[in-house]
Write a protein that binds this ligand. Structure first.
Ligand code: PLP
Length: 456
């Protein structure tokens, strides 16, 4: 794999941040003001980063400040910003065929990507693939397929999960009330179970019983009092909760959930929109538990920033008839070209790098709970790492205000990060970061933690 550097702006091909104005700089400030006057006020921006260009793990803002990007456009640019191979694939495809609509016509790269995704999905049975444009569309397709295939209509999702914001997906999402407030009634027949929390305990105590408590709720409360399992079409779960706080479900829980699904003919839907495509050091977060979902939903990291999502299911499950479900743009040729280039890079370099850099970060932060009284938990896999901040390690009182301050402080030190859940920091950098960048991020957050603790 040779990097093709033609037509790429590599002027910011540095490794570390460099700030030349106070933040926001004058151009960023002007842009933010214009943006606030015209864009939907529903967007949530934590700090005023006004991006102009990106390369690798670096982003340059409109004033020429350079940042190290540990947010990756919300875990999207898996191969970094504007990877030469991805840019080249996009440019080549755009000059050849931009759109055709795979719902009505045929084109080669649609088949090629479907075959590739089928080959990397777990499980012996042959697969089929459906393409959409966003994570939420993946969720919609998964719900519809589960209902169609099972001829049942009930769904189970988990508290603190995030599956998207379209009305069907929102009915699964149970992350923050503000995401539901004002929108009226959602899809009926959706029930929420408790996600196993190995830090706090599923019900706020006994972390060591997290899996057993979460399973017990499903089998002995949900199934006995609220919904008969024979009525349930699908259970949708993020193997590592993303927006919910970068919280992994234990392997024993995932395997037991799979067994429950098999026993009752329920479709197990793994929402790997955030955790998939190599971010955790394996193709799928579920791979760490040997999970074989009936339906996998993927988006975000699939095409390095081009809009694309896919659901991959067992072939016998995807039995809907022509006309049952489709989308004009789903599987757009240019997005697919970007995805094929992305997958090639992930397969040959970056999944392994994600595992290696993740381990490096876990090593560097191993003593943080001793050194920092506000660090409650550090968890995750590969480059999907959550750091939960608390006011007190004993009481585990959540510290959302301290988390928000650290996100803001990091920005002023040239590091872009995001929060996750009520009170966690998340690391979700591009999967190509090197040791120097990993160490810079760790050093920066270490300094922010120390500063915040001093002020308490
Ligand atoms: C696990 C998961 N599923 C679904 C979605 C929705 O994706 P999108 O914003 O592309 O609709 C997200 C977005 O954060 C996600 O993290």
């Amino acid at each position: 794999m040779q990097a093709i550097e033609k037509n790429i702006d590599t002027s910011i091909a540095a490794n570390l941040p460099h700030l030349i104005t106070s933040l926001p700089g004058p151009k960023a400030k002007a842009l933010v003001d214009q943006d606030h006057a015209i864009l939907s006020p529903s967007y949530t921006r934590d700090y005023p980063l006004a991006a102009k260009k990106g390369y690798g793990a670096m982003v340059e803002d409109v004033d020429g400040n350079r940042f190290l990007d540990f947010a990756a456009g919300i875990a999207v640019v898996s191969t970094g910003h504007c990877h030469p191979n991805v840019v080249h694939a996009i440019q080549k495809q755009a000059a050849e065929l931009i759109h055709m609509s795979g719902t009505d016509f045929y084109y080669p790269n649609l088949v090629e990507l479907a075959q590739k995704l089928a080959s990397i999905a777990p499980g012996a049975e042959a697969k089929r693939v459906y393409f959409g444009n966003s994570g939420a569309e993946g969720t919609e397709a998964a719900i519809k397929l589960a209902r169609y295939h099972t001829k049942r209509d009930k769904m189970i999702a988990f508290y603190s999960s995030f599956h998207g914001r379209t009305m069907g997906a929102l009915s699964m999402t149970a992350s923050r009330a503000v995401q539901r407030k004002g929108f009226g009634s959602l899809l009926g027949g959706v029930f929420h179970a408790h996600y196993p929390n190995t830090y706090r305990g599923t019900f706020g105590n006994n972390p060591e019983h997290a899996s057993a408590d979460a399973l017990d709720y499903i089998e002995n409360t949900l199934f006995k009092r609220i919904v008969d399992p024979e009525d349930v079409a699908g259970i949708i779960i993020e193997p590592i909760q993303g927006e919910g706080g970068y919280l992994p479900a234990p392997a024993d829980f995932l395997k037991a959930l799979q067994a429950i699904c098999r026993k009752h003919g329920i479709m197990l839907i793994a929402d790997e929109v955030q955790s998939g495509m190599g971010r955790t050091g394996k193709w799928w977060a579920g791979d760490h538990a040997g999970l074989e979902p009936d339906i996998i939903s993927t988006a975000k990291g699939i095409a390095s920033g081009m809009p694309l999502s896919a659901i991959i299911s067992r072939a016998s499950v995807m039995d809907w008839k022509p006309g049952a479900h489709a989308s004009t743009f789903g599987g757009n040729p240019v997005a697919i070209a970007a995805s094929l280039a992305t997958i090639d890079l992930l397969e040959h370099q970056y999944i392994e790098n994600a595992a290696k850099m993740g381990e490096h970060i876990f090593k560097l932060t191993a003593d943080w709970r001793e050194r920092h009284k506000i660090v409650g938990d550090i968890r995750g896999k590969g480059l999907m790492i959550g750091i939960e901040l608390v006011r007190d390690q004993k009481t585990k009182e959540r510290a959302p205000d301290l988390r928000n301050r650290i996100v803001e402080m990091a920005f002023h030190k040239g590091l872009l990060i995001l929060g996750a859940g009520e009170n966690a920091l998340r690391f979700c950098p591009p999967l190509l970061i090197d040791e120097e960048q990993a160490e810079f991020a760790v050093r920066t957050i270490d300094a922010c933690l120390t500063a915040v603790e001093k002020s308490m």
